[in-house]
Write a protein that binds this ligand. Sequence first.
Ligand SMILES: Cc1ncc(COP(=O)(O)O)c(C=O)c1O
Length: 343
Amino acid sequence: MEQKMIYLDRNENNYGPAPKCFEVLKNADLTKLSYYTRAHEKGFKSILTERLASDLNVSREQILLGYGAEDLLKQAVQCFLSEGKNIMIPSYSWWYYKELASEANGSNIEYPIVVGEDTFYYDVDKMLQMYEQEKPEMVLISSPNNPTGNSLANEDLFSILKKMRETVVILDQAYLSYSNPINIAQVIKENPNLIVIRTFSKYYALAGMRIGYAVVGENLSALSTLMNRYLGYHRLSENIAIAALDSADYYANIYDRMKEDKELYFNELAQLPGFNPYKSDANFMLVKIPKEIMTDLNTFLKNKGLVIKFMNEPVLNSHLRITIGTREENKMVIEAIKEFHKK
Ligand SMILES: Cc1ncc(COP(=O)(O)O)c(C=O)c1O
């Protein structure tokens, strides 16, 4: 029989979506699938846009729905990056950031994320210096950042945004709910060229639904026009996303467990010679390990049905990125790594 693999390599949430999300599917009125939404007759774009606008205290025009954060990032860069111009992206970042500019015939400038003893951090001064020198057309900030797991303190974020007010800035908050909240209504009001991108993929365990949203500043109507869906959005996924938003207790409980498990990972792995885990504000943790054990450890874990990400990038090539799974899965990973180490 084929071995069942446990996937902890793509920052998904293995606890799965809240029961209310499944109820939406079970009780779905399937006749609705034949029809476009009639939300516009009530004067709004979509039920999810309406819900998010009310929760976040912004206008419905400022909310854009997309096929995950990936789609929103792509559309934003396609919309605002001109051919031959630059976008500033973090040095260590989600691999897809590096593709975005070239898809729009522009190029990247990488600003530094610096490695400390047990955490990565943004070098805010260097970043601002680079911004002044390079005068990029766009800037991409990720907080918390993938794969390093660090986030920007709110005061740093606000001072960066203040300096970059005239530039289109994308703030990717795919992992926000594991980190420090911001008053988005106020931030977006003060920064008319800001696009904040969020997703239901991670915290809400709905990666397979492909649904995310952006909140956009008032100067960015070009993006709203580009992404306008006259015939509405996906009716089922909107309802499932709303059910997730209605399940705060379910997700808060998972969050608490993951927080405890991150500490467990950190404390256990820090004890292994040559292992250096980094503190993370997201649902994953980056760990530096001796380069010479990368291949063997990967094989050892795979043989036990455990798939974690072995980084293979020029700047991060002796690191693991472990997605925080369920408690049982996390214990299995820790035990397996310790067992490998004892050999
Ligand atoms: C930083 C970051 N942004 C966005 C995404 C994509 O999210 P979505 O599933 O909403 O497209 C990922 C996926 O791993 C990510 O790491």
